[in-house]
Design a protein around this ligand. Sequence first.
Ligand code: DGP
Length: 128
Amino acid sequence: MSSYEQNNVFARILRGELPCKKVYEDEFALAFHDINPLAPVHVLVIPKGEYVSNADFAAAAPPELIVGFWRAVAKIAKDLGLDSSGYRLVANHGAQSGQSVFHFHVHIFGGKMMPHDMTKLPGAAAKG
Ligand code: DGP
């Protein structure tokens, strides 16, 4: 995968150059509502660091950032009231996943029953 692009949209949100509907922020993570929600609750969580995707984050981020980030994801889902009803986490990596923003991020989906059949996800194409 290519190297980190400093002007990707999430980098610009992190720097405060673009607005977002903020849900949560701490020293490790920023969370905000997805601009194109695919579920009643659709929040994106991004780490405070320059990582292209999960592979880059797992390999290159300091351990305290990895722990802090994932604890923030769990806290945000809980604070959104999703713990008892349940929620889905998605992190796209690379072309075949459909990743479109190349700053590592986790989607939190909640507020409705999630289909197990991935071809039934909104926007999914059933290609081989
Ligand atoms: P992915 O396909 O996993 O790379 O998801 C990127 C998501 O980012 C997609 O669901 C739409 C969302 N998105 C793209 N641009 C913006 C933006 O400027 N603001 C917000 N809040 N979300 C954005």
